[in-house]
Design a protein around this ligand. Structure first.
Ligand code: NAP
Ligand code: MG
Length: 458
């Protein structure tokens, strides 16, 4: 398949441009260029690779506003969030620019010689990105992969390719060698699938749904190709009776409605200890009412539209028969933006067995459930196939430690909702993924260990 794909501004439902769909042959050409570029790149002095990545970081930093505006138009992200995302890409590049000179191997004591290990790059790495955070998630793959001496072919989601395309141009402007970092637009079943099957793509990084990720992993297994998977989530925000309830309630909307709930880390279940359940909902209602939904270009907007009409109907489908406690706002019918893919933030009371209590919605819908005591909270938090993120609100230190150790998730925060920092590891347990991104070890994950023994016997 080739041809073009029409991009839509989700806040207006108006077309904003066309983007090319690459064919399998075009992917193969890109991979062939990457193979050549990678050999030269891996042969450079570590400090030379570090310098190029720092230059890439500076060029991205100088284009934060342009990248942010692209994301506003293509993805409907509020401008404040989009600026954070673009700056984050520069920070990720800066952080991993330190890696080429720090990828130390080991010297291992052995008899009769000297034994050392090398962290060898895989070669070409394929990075497949979803539509929810197009540039940040791309950078979590390409920055450490490049730092470790690999070339990267990147496939953005078909719906949201504009910032990735621009990052590919900025890389060349920054002095990255031709062919080292290529953005190939097109569909998952053609371009993404070819990354999986192409023998010269030696590692795949996939972020997206658990169902597609499972197929990608199966395809990579057939090629004996390592794969990192960042998949879905159904993260719990656990509020104990001894917590600072005002703070917990005030911060709960941001933890789930940020990016209109289209966030793998969204705290889409709020588990509240039964004795404070009613009080918590009383505090939550005004916080949800105050959550600012509207024009993504407006500096004060906190939440924009959903990504597409079809995704909005999927999200609405979850509300069939649900017990809605209260809702926030969305542009009204007479608003110039009324044609966009809006859905007001929605709070539901859900039973433990309900779909809303267990399945990923990926929209601005949060299920609130009561629990009885600490063991019940841990059991309920773990009662899902996912295990990505979560928050624990309590003033009791021992409880915070016990619950943090008991919840089977890769990324937890106590008395906050933070999930992503470029300097700390990120990733999921169970059906939320395999492997970790970001943090001090990510560049090493884009290498294979080689052991070399040098005989010293005469
Ligand atoms: P998706 O449908 O799984 O798509 C993700 C990416 O995979 C897209 O680029 C897609 O291409 C591509 N793809 C589709 N079919 C493929 C195939 N057969 N082989 C290779 N690639 C293929 O996910 P989505 O709907 O874009 O994103 C939403 C999901 O991502 C949610 O479940 C969310 O939780 C998850 N997510 C997880 C994280 C995390 O870090 N854990 C972060 C963000 C999102 P197209 O362009 O053709 O769609
Ligand atoms: Mg999809």
């Amino acid at each position: 398949m080739s041809g073009t794909f029409t991009l839509i501004n989700p806040a207006t439902a108006q077309p904003i441009g066309e983007v090319a769909r690459a064919s399998v042959e075009q992917v193969d050409e890109a991979v062939a260029r990457a193979v050549i570029a990678q050999r030269a790149w891996a042969g450079l002095a570590p400090v030379a690779r570090a310098d190029v990545l720092r230059s890439f970081a500076r060029v991205v930093e100088a284009h934060v506003e342009e990248l942010a505006q692209l994301e506003v138009r293509n993805s409907g992200h509020p401008i404040g969030s989009a600026r954070w995302e673009a700056s984050h890409v520069a920070q990720v590049l800066n952080f991993y620019a330190g890696a080429p000179e720090r990828l130390s191997g080991r010297q291992i004591p052995v008899a009769g010689g000297l034994d050392v290990t090398f962290h060898e790059p895989y070669g070409v790495v394929g990075v497949i990105v979803p539509w929810n955070f197009p540039m940040t998630i791309a950078s979590w793959g390409f920055a450490p992969a490049l730092a470790a001496g690999n070339a990267v072919v990147l496939k953005p989601a078909e719906l949201t390719p504009l910032t990735a395309i621009r990052l590919g141009e900025l890389a060349l402007e920054a002095g990255l060698p031709e062919g080292l970092f290529q953005v190939v637009t097109g569909s998952g079943s053609v371009v993404g699938q070819r990354f999986v099957s192409h023998p010269d793509v030696r590692k795949v990084v996939f972020t997206g749904s658990t169902s597609v990720g499972t197929d990608v992993a199966a395809g990579c297994a057939r090629e004996l190709k390592p794969v990192t998977l960042e998949l879905g989530g159904k993260s719990a925000n656990i509020v104990f009776a001894d917590a600072d309830l005002e703070k917990a309630a005030a911060s709960a909307p941001g933890a789930v409605f940020d990016n209109a709930g289209q966030d793998c880390c969204a705290r889409s279940r709020i588990l509240v200890q039964r004795s404070v359940y009613d009080r918590f909902l009383e505090l939550l209602e005004p916080a949800v009412a105050a959550w600012r939904v509207g024009d993504p270009a407006d500096e004060s907007t906190e939440m924009g539209p959903l990504i597409s009409a079809s995704h909005r109907s999927t999200v609405e489908g979850f509300l069939d028969g649900a017990e809605v406690a209260f809702r926030g706002s969305a542009p009204a019918a007479d608003d110039p933006l009324a044609g966009g893919f809006w859905l007001p933030p929605t709070v539901v009371r859900a039973d433990r067995g309900h779909r809303l209590a267990r399945e990923e919605v990926f929209g601005p819908v949060v299920a609130v459930l009561p629990f009885d005591d600490e063991p019940d909270a841990i059991r309920l938090a773990n009662d899902t196939i996912y295990g990505l993120a979560g928050s624990i609100w309590t003033e009791n230190l021992g409880r915070a430690v016990r619950v943090a150790r008991g919840v089977k998730s890769g990324v937890l925060s106590v008395n906050s909702h933070s999930s992503v920092r470029y300097s700390t590891p990120f990733g999921g347990m169970k059906a939320s993924g395999l492997g970790r991104e970001l943090g001090p070890d990510a560049a090493e994950h884009f290498t294979e260990t080689k052991n070399v023994f040098f005989a010293t016997d005469v």
